[in-house]
Write a protein that binds this ligand. Structure first.
Ligand code: ADP
Ligand code: MG
Length: 695
């Protein structure tokens, strides 16, 4: 297996792999010989010490090197169930070994054969016995693989045995000493990493803790480096191809007036910092692609408004895109009240806008009469023509941003001009993950909350304890505070969920005849949803029973209680978003998780919610519980499917890899000096990163 490159060599052609085995290996994601040797153990067992039969003790697990004296097969009363019993010796003492249901074993373990055994010792029927031990027959002049050393244990699926798999790996390693190393030599030397082959060998057969750690770090670094090199190439490519963006100088007059006359608070330091980063980007003719992260309630709206004002001042239009109609409406009202006094005109474009009103709005957008356009993704549909769009902010909230770059570019001000783009997300994403998935974007983080917030108190109640809430709800409402009551989606079915919120609504309405209770769910027409949200905001409703449609963005400072029913059915980031609906004013706020969780993970999530309100900590817990693919919906892309690297632990390796990759690509934008690395990057991450154009 030297002629063909390892990654082109299908496992099918390896000695000992037939059609059945090939399928089983494929199921583990192993297609090629390279996949195989890069399939690392899940853990190791220290089987270095050999035990002599004289020293056996019950309830221990031991490694033995023995000879077969006799073997017999026993039929049992249960049909088809066989017991293989063997008598073993080390030349001095004897031991019984028993295997259940390993047909054919008696033909392998013939008397006189030398075998390595690894398994548990127990007292059985007055004798010591080893039960279902892993075994390996040792041929003349061979030394055992399964004992006498630290032995790798692989994460295998049904049908594959550790022993067979170990042999296969060993065979591949012995027969492919040359493996292409994508790391440029100078980087390997700079970090004093061991050679690739040695590192792989060490992962399978660790010689010691230190050397194993070095090997592991090297391989983790390498994975991160390859991905970051891809990111760097993509960024370079984009800036070469990109259209120019309009230069939007920062004169600041409108901004200044907004901050002085309209916005009721001084900006936090974090808001100032990210506003400056954004403002500097917009003053260049390179299209901005910036991700703005800030926890729920950290004040992203004000930052977006400042950027919109910069666009308007520069003589261009700005767009604000929200994920849902309710949110678009809410943002519209807010922006309208913020901006109209400054003479900036704001319009709302959503799907439910009909006929005449819609035409009028479209007209205002195309003539430039509308300075700022708020809407849903309808903004980027065909019939919308902007007069001169210079800046767009996309409020993704908890969704992981999928840049609709092409749709947006088509809306650019003039032929060949692209707008500046800011994506806002309220899911604090661990930085390691941001860099891995969004590594080619610039990132701004609001890492500080506006002052004067009292942390939300969170309690978990069992469902049968819900009665404890009634007095509490009355008390909060008589203090003129307001309450959200959220019911989850049931089995993804709208109809059933609506039935369940409606039932809860009827129940609470009867229970609190003196309170004004409202109902909100996704099947109501959007005008009705809007009316209900508005009466809640104005205090005409005390309590609102809702599905998760209120999840994002809604801002009612007087709301102080969030009850989440069946909270264990929600993901952590969703719970965090929901909780973020309260605690927006000065009053103490509460979150009640009403739930009888049925899974361990459900319990974990509730505990995390009770323990912290820090969005970044919650995001890390989420990452730990679900893995990166799930957290960010990037599973299908496979960007974060590392073999070795761990985004929770390998922060400093990631920083190193990122720095190295970006400076390498800066010096050599097409990697013409590192053709091998380029090929490797294209082959391994090229598809995920859509790097096809670079080759
Ligand atoms: P989010 O980041 O979740 O979109 P918002 O922009 O809706 O947060 O802001 C949350 C709340 O905090 C709003 O009521 C807003 O008026 C308030 N807020 C924003 N910035 C500040 C500030 N610098 N000082 C005090 N309150 C602020
Ligand atoms: Mg918001």
């Amino acid at each position: 297996m030297t002629e063909k490159k390892l990654h082109q060599q299908s496992v099918r052609y390896i000695k000992g792999v037939g059609a059945v085995r090939e399928k089983q290996l494929n199921r583990l994601g192993i297609q090629t010989a390279e996949d195989l040797i890069l399939f690392f153990p899940r853990r190791y067992e220290d089987r270095r010490g050999l035990t002599s039969l004289a020293k056996l003790r019950p309830e221990t697990t031991v490694s033995l090197l023995v000879r077969v004296v006799a073997v017999e097969k026993r039929q049992t009363s249960r049909k088809g169930f066989v017991i293989i019993q063997g008598l073993m010796t080390d030349g001095q003492d004897f031991l019984r070994a028993v295997w259940f249901n390993r047909k054919g074993l008696e033909r392998l373990l013939t008397p006189g054969k030398e075998v390595a055994l690894y398994g548990p010792i127990d007292w059985k029927y007055g004798h010591l016995q080893i039960t279902n031990p892993e075994f390996e027959i040792i041929e003349e002049g061979e030394s055992p693989e399964s004992i006498g050393q630290v032995v790798p244990i692989y994460p295998l699926t049904a049908g594959l045995h550790q022993r067979w798999f170990r042999k296969l790996i060993r065979f591949c390693l012995d027969n492919s000493p040359f493996i292409f190393d994508p790391l440029p030599d100078f980087l390997r030397l700079k970090h004093a990493f061991p050679p690739l082959y040695d590192s792989i060998l060490e992962m399978h057969y660790p010689q010691g803790r230190e050397s194993w750690k070095k090997a592991r770090d090297r391989l983790a670094y390498q994975e991160l480096f390859v991905l970051q090199t891809g990111m760097a190439l993509r960024r370079g490519e984009r800036s070469r191809l990109a259209e120019k963006a309009p230069i939007l100088p920062e004169s600041g007059r409108l901004k200044e007036r907004f901050l002085k006359e309209i916005f009721p608070y001084p900006l936090t330091e974090a808001q100032k910092k990210v506003s400056l980063e954004i403002s500097q980007d917009m003053a260049l003719n390179i299209p901005m692609h910036r991700l703005l992260q800030g926890d729920v309630g950290s004040g992203k709206t004000a930052v977006a408004v400042l950027a919109l004002l910069q666009a308007v001042e520069g003589g261009y239009q700005g767009a604000f895109m929200a994920p849902t109609e309710i949110l678009a409406q809410q943002h519209y009202y807010r922006l309208h009240s913020f901006l109209e006094p400054l003479g900036v005109s704001v319009v709302l474009l959503i799907g439910s806008l009909k006929n005449r009103a819609r035409e009028l709005t479209l007209q205002k957008i195309s003539t430039g009469e509308a300075h700022v356009v708020v809407g849903t993704h309808a903004l980027f549909s065909d019939p919308v023509t902007f007069s001169n769009l210079g800046f767009a902010v996309i409020d993704e909230q908890h969704r992981f941003g999928v840049l609709q770059k092409n749709a947006l570019r088509a809306k650019g001000a003039n032929e060949g001009q692209a707008p500046h783009i800011l994506v806002m997300t309220a899911t604090p994403i661990p930085r390691t993950l941001t860099l891995s998935v969004y590594g080619d974007l610039s990132v701004s983080v609001i890492d500080e909350m506006p002052p004067g917030r009292t942390p939300i108190q969170t309690r978990w109640l069992k469902k049968k304890e819900e009665g404890r809430l009634w007095a509490f709800i009355r008390e909060r409402c008589s203090a003129r505070e307001r309450i959200y009551w959220v019911c989850p989606l049931i089995d993804e079915s709208e109809t059933l969920s609506v039935a369940s919120v409606t039932e809860r609504y009827e129940y609470l309405k009867k229970l609190f005849p003196d309170l004004n209770v409202g109902l909100l769910h996704g099947q109501l027409p959007s005008s009705e949803k809007e009316t209900i949200m508005r009466s809640f905001a104005r205090g005409h409703l005390d309590l609102i029973v809702s599905t998760t449609v209120i999840e994002v963005g809604v801002d009612v400072p007087q709301a102080t209680v969030m009850v989440i029913e069946d909270a264990d059915r929600f993901g952590l980031s969703q719970l965090h978003q929901l909780r973020g609906r309260v605690g927006r004013g000065g009053n103490q706020s509460y979150c009640v998780l009403l739930s009888n969780p049925t899974t361990r993970e459900g319990v974990e999530r509730l505990k995390v919610m009770c323990a912290t309100t820090d969005g970044f900590k919650i995001a890390e817990a989420d990452l730990r519980l679900r893995g990166p693919g799930e957290v960010c919906g990037v599973r299908q892309h496979g960007i974060t499917d590392f073999r070795v690297a761990d985004l929770l632990k390998d922060r400093s390796l990631l920083d190193m890899a990122r720095k190295d990759a970006f400076s390498l690509v800066e010096c050599d934008p097409r990697l013409s000096e590192e053709q091998g690395l380029l090929d490797y990057v294209l082959r391994t991450v090229g598809k995920n990163l859509e790097l096809a154009g670079i080759a």
